[in-house]
Design a protein around this ligand. Structure first.
Ligand code: 7TS
Length: 419
C-alpha cells in the first residue's frame, strides 16, 4: 500500500549535499591567503550561486530596459521579468497576492517604510514593542517614528539563555501598544522566536505585528498566511540573491490605508502642480526606477532555493549548526551566546582573553571569514554585558570541514592570545 505520508511534491525526506552545492557557487572556489576560503559570514551576506549571476548577466545582455513605461519589446520583456520575480518572491513566503509584495532596497528600507508610513498615524502615548535582541534596523526606524509622534518604545526582555522572556509579555504589552515588531531569527544569538504568543498578545490589545525575517527567510520555509502577522520584511542578499533589493510583504487593507513612503515616478495615478493621486499596490510604494536586474537575480535565487527544498535547507542549517556548537563547545575558555537547540546558524561567542577583532584577524590569516563587533545589535550586547562578540554563521554550502578549520583556528587563537 502506498505510504500516506509520501507526498511526491514534498521534499520532507530529501537531504542536501553541501559538497555538491559548493560547485554552484563560483566564489567558493577561490583561495584567501593561499588557503581555501572558509566563508563563515553568511548571516552578513550569503554568496551567490551561478544561476543568479547568469540571470542578471542575461537580463543586461538581452532585455535591459525600464519597466512599466514602454510599449517596445525590451520594455515589455523587462517588465515581465520584474513582475515575474515579484510573483516568485511572493510565492516563496506563501503570499497569495503578489500586489502585497513591495520591492524595497532591503529589510532596512522595508521596516523604515512601515515605521514612516504606517507610523504616521501614531499618537502621543502609543507604544511600539520590540525585543532586546533586535538588529538596529528593527529599532532605530521605530525610534524615529516614536520621536515624531511622542510615542514610547518598550522592549520585551530576553532570558539569560537568549530566549524571549514570554513571562514578561503581559507587563510590556498593554492596550496602549500599537505594534509588536520582532525578529523571527536573531542575527546574533541564532534564537528562533515563537510567533504565535506574540501575535496572540498583539491581537488581545488590537496591535499590529511586524516580523523581521532577514535571517529567517534564508533558513526556514515561511508562510505569511500561517504566521498570521501583518508585515514581513526580508532581504535578497541574505538568501543567495544580489544586494540592493529586498521586500516588504503587508496585508492589502493595511497597505491600502497607508500613505506613500516616497514620492516620484511610477507611484502616481494623476499629477497636477498642486497635488497627486496614488497608483494601486504595489506601485504606490515603489517610487522611481526599481532595482530591475536585482529583482531578476532574486527570482533566480528563489528558484535555486526552491529547487533545493526549504525543508532540506532548514535541516542542513540545523545539522551543521549542531556540529559547530559541539566543536566550539570543546574550545577552552569559549562561551556561546544564545540557545544550544532550536536555533539558526548564527553563532556568536566570546573567547577568554581574546578581543573579537583579534580573533577575526587571526582567523583571516587562515582564510577563515568570521564577523567581529556588535553585529548591529548594541542593546543586545549591553544586555549580555559585553561590548562585542565574534560570530560564525553558516548556510547551504557550509561543510563540516569548514567547522573543523574554525575549531582548529580558535585553538590557535587561544594559544596566541588566551589568558
Ligand atoms: N534584521 C536582521 C535580523 C538582520 O540580520 C539584518 C542584517 C537586517 C535586519 C538588515 O538587513 P539589510 O539587508 O537591510 O542590511 N544583518 C547583518 C548582520 O548580521 N551582519 O551584517 C548584516
Amino acid at each position: 500500500m502506498a505510504d500516506p505520508m509520501a507526498d511526491p511534491k514534498s521534499d520532507r525526506g530529501a537531504s542536501l549535499d553541501p559538497h555538491r552545492i559548493r560547485a554552484d557557487f563560483p566564489i567558493l572556489q577561490r583561495q584567501v591567503r593561499r588557503r581555501p576560503l572558509v566563508y563563515l559570514d553568511s548571516a552578513a551576506t550569503t554568496q551567490k550561486p551561478l544561476a543568479v549571476l547568469e540571470a542578471m548577466d542575461h537580463y543586461y545582455r538581452q532585455s535591459n530596459a525600464n519597466v512599466h513605461r514602454g510599449v517596445h519589446t525590451l520594455a515589455e520583456e523587462a517588465t515581465a521579468l520584474y513582475e515575474g520575480a515579484r510573483r516568485k518572491v511572493a510565492a516563496f513566503i506563501g503570499a497569495t497576492d503578489p500586489a502585497e509584495l513591495i520591492f524595497t532596497r532591503g529589510t532596512t528600507e522595508a521596516i523604515n517604510l512601515v515605521a514612516a508610513s504606517w507610523g504616521a498615524a501614531l499618537k502621543p502615548g502609543d507604544v511600539i514593542a520590540v525585543t532586546e535582541m533586535e538588529h538596529h534596523a528593527n529599532l532605530v526606524p521605530w525610534q524615529l517614528a516614536a520621536a515624531k509622534a511622542g510615542a514610547e518604545i518598550r522592549a520585551i526582555p530576553i532570558t539569560d539563555g537568549g530566549l524571549l522572556d514570554l513571562d514578561a509579555l503581559d507587563r510590556v504589552i498593554d492596550e496602549r501598544c500599537r505594534m509588536i515588531a520582532f525578529t523571527l531569527v536573531s542575527n546574533v544569538l541564532g534564537t528562533r522566536n515563537p510567533v504565535a504568543p506574540l501575535v496572540a498578545a498583539a491581537r488581545r490589545v488590537g496591535a499590529r505585528v511586524l516580523v523581521d525575517a532577514a535571517q529567517a527567510a534564508p533558513q526556514l520555509a515561511l508562510d505569511v498566511t500561517a504566521l498570521g502577522v501583518d508585515f514581513l520584511a526580508f532581504s535578497s542578499h541574505k538568501m543567495g540573491g544580489p544586494t540592493g533589493i529586498g521586500a516588504l510583504w503587508g496585508r492589502r487593507a493595511l497597505l491600502d490605508a497607508m500613505p506613500p513612503y516616497q514620492g516620484g515616478g511610477e507611484m502616481i495615478q494623476r499629477v497636477t502642480i498642486q497635488s497627486s493621486t496614488w497608483a494601486e499596490l504595489p506601485q504606490k510604494f515603489e517610487a522611481g526606477t526599481p532595482a530591475i536586474a536585482e529583482a531578476v537575480g532574486w527570482g533566480a535565487a528563489v528558484d535555486y532555493l526552491t529547487g533545493l527544498g526549504m525543508d532540506a535547507v532548514a535541516r542542513h542549517e540545523e545539522e551543521v549548526t549542531a556540529y559547530a556548537l559541539q566543536r566550539l563547545g570543546e574550545i577552552p575558555g569559549l562561551t556561546i551566546h544564545g540557545p544550544l537547540v532550536n536555533r539558526g546558524g548564527a553563532i556568536s561567542f566570546s573567547l577568554a582573553g581574546a578581543h573579537p577583532h583579534d580573533i577575526a584577524t587571526i582567523l583571516d590569516t587562515r582564510g577563515i571569514a568570521v564577523r567581529a563587533g556588535h553585529h548591529c545589535a548594541q542593546p543586545l550586547h549591553a544586555r549580555l554585558g559585553i561590548p562585542a562578540s565574534s560570530r560564525a554563521s553558516v548556510w547551504v554550502y557550509t561543510v563540516r570541514e569548514e567547522i573543523d578549520a574554525l575549531a582548529e583556528g580558535l585553538l590557535a587563537v587561544g594559544r596566541v592570545l588566551g589568558g
